[in-house]
Design a protein around this ligand. Sequence first.
Ligand SMILES: [Zn+2]
Length: 90
Amino acid sequence: MSIKVCNFCGYKNFKEKDIQYIYKHNDHFLIVNDVPCEECEYCGEQYFKANVLKKIEKSFMDIYSTRKAPKKEIKVPLENYPELALEEWN
Ligand SMILES: [Zn+2]
């Protein structure tokens, strides 16, 4: 992959990085660790290869259609901001 110019800021230097990617579709989530991307060194925008995203999407579909078990399941806390806004600050 070589992206010549960042779509957002026009910068030309990218660094390769493995990041945690959160795929979300209709309020279902899949977290994938160590996903390779190229990150713009100026604005931080992240770019992924099309086949990387396709693999994540396929894994998501397989897991939610129960064709495949995920490596691990975790509990994720959830809050609604309007309720947080009403909490007293101690
Ligand atoms: Zn940029």
